[in-house]
Design a protein around this ligand. Structure first.
Ligand SMILES: [Fe+2]
Ligand SMILES: [Fe+2]
Length: 169
């Protein structure tokens, strides 16, 4: 992890910076998902988190691949936005005692993170194309598609699970 700030003076430097920030995002999610799997009650939700944990490990590998191909250090820059999204979700999880309400909280927190990832990866994929890094753009595109798919699965689970939360005492 990097503790000093660097000057960002070109799109290429901005791209490198944001790839490192996304590496931090994915590392933080890799740590958060096992706790979310443990807290989830609905079996389909647990399974969706488990599947996405495996995908997330691939997201880490793709970013490390991009950074090592670029010849620089494969280190992350802490993503404060991801840390805030995760800690906000963790606070709500602690407060939700009812199982179906807790599942609703978990889905809401996870979907906020997916949307953050979709936006962030969409941006760096666009920069990779402008920079002529087409292979890297393809790797980033694979990840965007998996984030989008995870988000759709969570929407369909929410449609089934959230009405139970409505009935909670
Ligand atoms: Fe991811
Ligand atoms: Fe994700």
């Amino acid at each position: 992890m990097k503790f000093f700030s660097a000057n960002i003076e070109s799109l290429r430097e901005l791209y490198d910076n944001q790839i490192r920030s996304l590496l931090s995002t994915e590392q933080q999610i890799t740590e958060a998902l096992p706790k979310m799997i443990e807290k989830a009650t609905d079996p389909e939700l647990k399974q969706a988190f488990q599947t996405h944990l495996k995908e997330t490990q691939n997201h880490v590998t793709r970013l490390e691949q991009i950074l090592s191909e670029r010849g620089g250090k494969v280190d992350s820059i802490k993503c404060k936005s991801t840390a805030a999204l995760i800690s906000g979700a963790e606070d709500l999880i602690k407060d939700a005692k009812d199982e179906s309400v807790r599942d609703a909280v978990l889905i809401a927190g996870a979907q906020r993170i997916e949307h953050f990832e979709i936006a962030s990866y969409g941006t760096v994929r666009n920069w990779a194309r402008i920079l002529g890094e087409n292979r890297q753009a393809q790797l980033l595109d694979q990840t965007v598609k998996e984030e989008g798919n995870a988000d759709h699965i969570l929407t369909s689970i929410a449609d089934r699970v959230n009405p139970y939360a409505e009935k909670a005492a």
